[in-house]
Design a protein around this ligand. Structure first.
Ligand code: FA5
Length: 348
C-alpha cells in the first residue's frame, strides 16, 4: 500500500501544504467511491477499508503530514480530513450492507427447500390385537342390540363375589385365584360384577356388554395374570337357554366365519344355572380352547341386582378376549400379547 500523495507535496510556500492536504483529501473521495462499488465481496471491501482508513492507509498518511502545518492551519486541515473520513466511512458502510444482503440471498437461494423431494414418513402405530378384537366384538354385540357399560378394575368384594352367589367361605371363590388390595377390595377376577352394577342402574328389559381388564394369580400359555373379558347379559320376560345359544352362535360366526368349529360343554358357575362353556378349535395351538363361560342367571343374582326373578329371567356369558384374539390371529401363546415386542405387534 502506498502513501502516494505524501510524496507529491514538499517544500511548499506558506499555506501551500494546507492547500495540498485539502486537495488530496478531496481527491480521495471519487476513487474510493469507485473502488468500493467495484468490490464484489466482503473480503475485497475489507482490503479497501484498510487501504483508505487503516493505520497505514491513505487518510492516516494525510494525518501524519499535519505535523508540518502551523498551529492555525492544523485545525482547518484536521476538520477537512475528518469530514472526508466520515464520508468514506459512510460509503464503506452502505457498500457493506449491499454485499451482506447479496451474501444472504445467495445463501437462502442455495438452501431452498425442494418440495418435490419424497418425504420421510413417520412410523405409524396400530391398535394392539386385543384392542382390535375388543372393538370388533363390541361392534358385533352393538349390532345385536346390546348396550355398552363399564365397571371398576378395583372392585368391592361384595360385587365381585357375594352378589354373584359366592358368599365368604364359598368353595367357588377358590376357582379364581384372587389378588386382594385393601380390606374388602380385590382386583376384579372377572367382569361379572358389572352384571350387578348394571341391574342396579337399569330397568329390564336390558341387554348389556362390558369389556375390561381382569386379574388372577395365573400364568402359562393359555393363562395370563392380567387378561381381558367381556361380560354380556340379557334380562327380559321368558328368556331361555335357547336364546343364549342362539346369541353365542351368532356372535362366533360373526367373529370367525360361518364354518367356525365350536362346542358347548356343560359346566358350573355359582351365578348361573344351568351353566355351559364354549370351546373353539385353536389351529395355532392344535387343540380346543375354552373361550367363554355362560348360563342362565341364578335367581339369587337377579335378586341381588334388585330384579324380581318371578317376573324376569336372563342369560349371561363371560368371554376371554385374549383367547379369542389368539384364535383369530393364530397366536400360539397368550403371553406373546403382553411382551410388547414390536416385531410381534407390527404383524397386526
Ligand atoms: C368367569 O370368569 C365367569 N365370570 C364367566 C361367566 C360369566 C360365566 C357369566 C357365566 C356367566 P372363567 O373363569 O371360566 O369364567 O373365565 C371366562 C373365560 O376367561 C374363560 O373361558 C377363558 O376364555 C378366559 N380366561 C380365564 N382365565 C384366563 C387367564 N388366566 N388368561 C386368559 N384368559 C382366561
Amino acid at each position: 500500500m502506498s502513501d502516494g500523495p505524501e510524496t507529491a507535496t514538499t517544500e511548499a510556500a506558506p499555506g501551500g501544504e494546507l492547500k495540498a492536504l485539502i486537495a488530496e483529501a478531496r481527491a480521495l473521495l471519487a476513487p474510493a467511491k469507485e473502488a468500493f462499488s467495484g468490490a464484489n465481496d466482503l473480503k475485497q471491501l475489507e482490503d479497501l477499508r484498510l487501504e483508505y482508513i487503516g493505520k497505514k492507509g491513505k487518510l492516516s498518511g494525510l494525518n501524519r503530514r499535519m505535523g508540518k502545518l502551523s498551529a492555525d492551519e492544523k485545525p482547518i486541515a484536521g476538520k477537512v480530513i475528518n469530514e472526508h473520513k466520515a464520508q468514506i466511512l459512510d460509503l464503506l458502510k452502505s457498500r457493506k450492507e449491499q454485499l451482506e444482503m447479496k451474501a444472504l440471498s445467495q445463501q437462502l437461494s442455495g438452501e431452498r427447500i425442494d418440495v418435490t423431494l419424497p418425504g420421510v414418513r413417520p412410523a405409524r402405530g396400530s391398535l394392539h390385537p386385543v384392542e382390535q378384537v375388543t372393538q370388533e366384538i363390541l361392534g358385533i354385540f352393538r349390532d345385536l342390540g346390546f348396550h355398552v357399560e363399564e365397571g371398576p378394575e378395583i372392585e368391592n368384594e361384595w360385587f365381585n363375589f357375594d352378589a354373584l352367589n359366592m358368599p365368604d367361605n364359598h368353595p367357588a371363590r377358590d376357582m379364581q385365584d384372587t389378588l386382594y388390595t385393601e380390606r374388602g377390595h380385590v382386583l376384579r377376577t372377572h367382569t361379572s360384577p358389572v352384571q350387578i352394577r348394571s341391574m342396579k342402574k337399569l330397568d329390564p328389559p336390558m341387554a348389556v356388554v362390558a369389556a375390561g381388564k381382569v386379574y388372577r394369580h395365573d400364568s402359562d400359555a393359555t393363562h395370563s395374570p392380567m387378561f381381558h373379558q367381556m361380560e354380556g347379559f340379557l334380562i327380559d320376560e321368558d328368556v331361555s337357554f335357547g336364546h343364549l345359544k342362539g346369541v353365542l352362535h351368532e356372535f362366533l360366526r360373526a367373529l370367525y366365519g360361518a364354518d367356525v368349529k365350536l362346542r358347548f360343554r356343560p359346566s358350573f358357575f355359582p351365578f348361573t344355572e344351568p351353566s355351559a362353556e364354549v370351546d373353539v378349535w385353536w389351529e395355532a395351538g392344535n387343540k380346543w380352547l375354552e373361550v367363554l363361560g355362560s348360563g342362565m342367571i341364578h335367581p339369587n343374582v337377579l335378586e341381588n341386582g334388585g330384579i324380581d326373578p318371578e317376573n324376569f329371567s336372563g342369560f349371561a356369558f363371560g368371554l376371554g378376549i385374549d383367547r379369542l384374539a389368539c384364535i383369530k390371529f393364530q397366536i400360539p401363546d397368550i403371553r406373546l400379547l403382553y411382551e410388547n415386542d414390536v416385531r410381534f405387534l407390527r404383524q397386526f
